[in-house]
Ligand binder design. Structure first.
Ligand SMILES: *Cc1c(COP(=O)(O)O)cnc(C)c1O
Length: 485
């Protein structure tokens, strides 16, 4: 494919919009509940409001809050509304960011710089977390030069706090726990981690990126939810994504700190720039006004009663999904009963999970594949309630098909994902994924065909050579590993 260039003459607006509409044809069908992540849809009226609120402020720039006092005010109100929801003390403060990743990057950076400012200098600060912590934490460690130490989780998938304790040393600048962690929807024992944090005098970040705008309402609905927010004394910061269960426009999250003595270490100041004194609260310089305005509008439009109603429907859908999965004897629900995140895996390896996922995709569902162990993930929202029956029917068919055609596990995507999850040589997996990235973002990016993902790397070649046999051996290894995990 030839390289794209800017057209010599500007094009007609209507035809530009028309080509974009055509480009969407192959995209995921989120509006009808076919995706289990990526888009949080609170219905057409809300969607329409978000577009209008976003458009009102799409040109404004929160880089200079003096120029756009409206944005400054909306950001402060969004942060305060979030802090109140999470029972933060009156001194709490924070900023909006572009998403969960930036919120976590900022929490880690603030903890690093706070430790640097307070204590004996350390060259290699570390953060102690669980293996189920979101990779944005690893990204923070990677970008900012911190070691991320990972404690194992118990059979209930909650972090083992005594293992966290063993990983702490004088260079530990932050403890990190999730409410809930993404893979299985499990809330770490925040209370216990909080006590550890207080005992050792180390800050604790609770990653409520996905849970922040749903757990408070799950609790209000009367479900038994363990303490997860600022009511736990050791918690010093929290992240909550507006663009997830806050039903805002993408590019919106909040990071809240117990008080300014934490937040001040997030800021970046440069006083000698010839272009003027420069002060920025977070990673990005220019900050779009759209996501801030849409987040403000979203919280005002949904309101507590709306959040409670969306959560009630999401919980109903999640429970219905869990019940449906339980009627399929080959499958097991992973994770707690009272959560909007639901994962299923194969009971006693009765079927190949990734092969079932391929069949679901053929039936028009997107499937979020997880590993260690192989499971499929669902972020359930109110929008999914009408499609659960249909999904369960397709899931039942997919399982029956894979059961009677076990050889499909050694083909196509199932083989690739299986291999990627199971192969003990993780360097090889890295290399395979890196090849995909090179193709996806390289000069021939336009030739990249996601449907041919399986043809891109080392994994496929190995699979062709020794595929099915190796797959079986790796299965045994994985089963043994799980038994001893
Ligand atoms: C989504 C998520 C993140 C990262 O958020 P992004 O908005 O994708 O950057 C971090 N932690 C958890 C638990 C999440 O679910």
């Amino acid at each position: 494919m030839a390289r794209a260039t800017i057209p010599t003459q500007g094009e007609m607006h209507e035809s530009i919009l028309q080509s974009m509409r055509e480009m969407r044809a192959g995209d995921a069908d989120w509006k009808n509940g076919r995706t289990w992540s990526l888009v949080y849809y609170a219905g057409e009226a809300h969607h329409d409001l978000l577009q209008r609120a976003h458009n009102l402020f799409f040109a404004e720039n929160a880089l200079n809050p003096m120029a756009f006092k409206s944005l400054k005010r909306m950001e402060a109100e969004v942060v305060q509304m979030t802090a109140s929801m999470l029972h933060a003390p009156d001194d709490a403060c924070g900023t909006m960011t572009t998403g969960g990743t930036e919120s976590l990057l900022m929490a880690v950076k603030a903890a690093r710089d706070r430790a640097k400012a307070r204590g004996p200098k350390t060259d290699r600060p570390n953060v102690v977390a669980a293996i189920t912590a979101h990779p944005a934490l690893d990204k923070a460690g990677h970008y900012f030069g911190l070691e991320i130490r990972k404690a194992p989780v118990g059979p209930d998938k909650r972090v083992i706090v005594s293992a966290m304790k063993k990983l702490i040393d004088k260079n530990t600048v932050l403890l990190f726990a999730s409410a809930p962690q993404y893979p299985h929807g499990v809330i770490d024992p925040i209370d216990e981690v909080g006590r550890l944090a207080l005992a050792r005098g180390i800050p604790l970040h609770v990653d409520a990126c996905i849970g922040g705008f749903v757990l408070p309402w799950v609790e209000r609905l009367g479900y038994p939810i363990p303490a997860f927010d600022f009511r736990v004394p050791g918690v010093t910061s929290m992240s909550a994504d507006l663009h997830k269960y806050g039903f805002a426009v993408k590019g919106a999250s909040v990071v809240v700190y117990r008080d300014m003595s934490y937040l001040e270490h997030q800021f970046f100041l440069e006083t000698e720039f010839p272009g003027g004194i420069y002060a920025s609260p977070s990673m990005t310089g220019t900050r779009g006004g759209g996501p801030i305005a849409a987040a403000w509008a979203s919280l005002h439009a949904v309101g507590e009663s709306g959040f409670i109603e969306h959560t009630r429907l999401a919980m109903e859908a999640a429970k219905k999904l869990q019940e449906g999965i339980r009627t399929i004897p080959e499958l097991a629900v992973i994770g707690p009963p009272d959560a909007t995140l639901v994962a299923w895996g194969a009971k006693d390896r009765a079927v190949d999970v990734y092969a079932v996922a391929d069949r679901l995709e053929d039936a028009g569902w997107s499937a979020d594949r997880q590993q260690h162990p192989a499971t499929i993930h669902h972020t359930v929202t109110s929008n999914h309630l009408p499609v659960i029956d249909e999904y369960i029917a397709d899931l039942r068919d997919a399982v029956a098909y894979v059961r009677s055609h076990p050889e499909v596990a050694d083909r196509g995507n199932a083989a690739m994902y299986g291999m990627m999850a199971k192969v003990p040589f993780r360097g090889m997996v890295r290399q395979g994924v890196m090849n995909v990235m090179r193709n996806m973002y390289g000069p021939n990016a336009l030739d990249f065909d996601p449907a041919k993902l399986n043809g891109e790397g080392v994994v496929d070649k190995v699979m062709n050579a020794v595929g099915p046999t190796l797959n079986k051996v790796l299965d045994r290894v994985e089963a043994l590993k799980e038994r001893f995990r």
